[in-house]
Design a protein around this ligand. Structure first.
Ligand SMILES: Cc1ncc(COP(=O)(O)O)c(C=O)c1O
Length: 391
């Protein structure tokens, strides 16, 4: 058996089979369907006696290449790729959950995921209990006989809180529950939840996997058995990733390691700068010693990630001044781009989250989420500094 190669090598060298044209860069298989030799091949393929692509709602060579790369990066047996991160979240949940089930989730989840738990799942009689991200030891007390899985993001959006994956996995094993992790903020380069005991790992590929703000995508990876169930649900319901997006994303994965290294380097430099700034009330970044879960972050992450959260002085007015005076960084709700982005979670991504939930996860009116890009750090700091000086 050939030895498993390094992360960067797998990201570049895993490729769909070369065609008769001997192309170096993998081609884009922009096709919705595939043809069969004869009736018997068609029958055998649909009966799954023969492994091959049938229809791009089920699978496609460009999508398969992207899935194979992410599986290698995450140490997973199998995966299914989706049109967006939310399609991955919803399809994974819908596959695993039956009416009457219960989920225990970390209190700080992406706004749309919170919307699923609060707006849509109750109508299918599925309940969710949130555990306090600052008191992970309370998670066990929320488990009920009908609990199916524990769900968590780490680092969380937008507060970059860090949850101990080994602790959550031990609780899941004890109660025979699945552990499902949204690993979007870390990327597979920084953190591999399966190695810490997670059963399924979800990504919004829209973020650092693309890294250039071009396409939407999502993926769930895990054991063959679980992914088979997710595949069966998805081939019926149609949330599949488009071959074009898969091709773009697969190319982007080739540079994920070098890009993420630089994003993290910029993020640590900005976080350290902000810690000493008089107009900044607090700064959170997983690899700052002042982060409450610094030791956990060091244990499970290679570097601290590309996101820095901080609060400016002056409440709403201070926040408004800050955002209105930003000159170079982008005011946008996305993250994980070459361009540095500053976001105001309270009025954008988390605007529909109830005030008491926002307060419980530390999203204040003045909280700024900064997604560090790949511009020169001196230019990023200069822009943020001049905006802070207007407060
Ligand atoms: C942590 C996390 N999970 C899931 C999503 C959803 O991903 P998408 O926008 O690709 O649907 C996002 C989007 O910002 C996110 O930040």
């Amino acid at each position: 058996m050939s030895k498993k190669k390094h992360f960067e090598t797998e990201a570049i060298r895993i490729q769909s089979e070369t065609t008769q044209f001997s192309e170096h860069s993998a081609p884009l298989y922009l096709t919705s369907g595939f043809v069969f030799e004869d009736a018997e091949e068609m029958r055998a393929s649909f009966a799954e006696e023969k492994q091959r692509d049938l229809y791009s709602r089920y699978s496609n060579p460009s999508v398969n290449e992207f899935v194979d790369k992410v599986c290698a990066m995450e140490g997973a047996e199998a995966g299914f790729a989706f049109a967006s991160g939310m399609a991955a979240v919803f399809s994974t949940f819908a596959t695993l959950l039956d009416a009457g089930d219960h989920v225990v989730s970390c209190s700080s989840v992406f706004g749309a995921t919170h919307g699923l738990f609060t707006k849509y799942f109750p109508k299918w009689n599925i309940e969710c209990s949130y555990f306090n991200i600052n008191a992970i030891e309370t998670v066990e007390s929320l488990i009920q006989p009908n609990t199916k899985f524990i769900y968590a993001e780490t680092p969380t959006n937008p507060g970059v809180d860090v949850l101990d994956l080994e602790y959550l996995s031990a609780i899941c094993k004890k109660h025979d529950l699945l552990l499902v992790i949204d690993n979007c903020f870390a990327t597979p380069y920084l953190q591999n939840p399966i190695k810490h005991g997670a059963d399924l790992v979800i990504h919004s590929a829209t973020k650092l996997m693309d890294g250039q703000g071009r396409v939407l995508g999502g993926i769930t990876v895990g054991s063959k058995e679980l992914i088979r169930e997710i595949y069966l649900f998805s081939r019926l319901t149609g949330p599949a990733m488009s071959p074009f997006n898969a091709w773009v994303l697969s190319k982007s994965l080739e540079t994920l390691a070098v890009r993420v290294e630089k994003h993290c380097d910029n993020a640590l430099k900005l976080a350290s700068y902000l810690e000493a700034h008089p107009k900044v009330k607090w700064v959170k970044y997983p690899f700052l010693k002042s982060h409450p879960k610094y030791e956990v972050a060091k244990k499970q992450m290679r570097l601290g990630g590309s996101i820095v959260a901080f609060e400016v002085e002056g409440g709403i007015e201070g926040g408004r001044n800050f955002f209105d005076n930003i000159k170079m960084c982008s005011l946008s709700a996305n993250l994980g781009d070459t361009r540095t982005i500053v976001t105001h979670p309270a009025s954008t991504t988390h605007a529909k989250v109830e005030p008491e939930v926002k307060a419980a996860v530390g999203i204040t009116d003045g909280t700024v989420r900064c997604s560090l890009g790949l511009e020169h750090i001196d230019d990023i700091i200069a822009d943020i500094e001049q905006a802070l000086n207007t407060i």
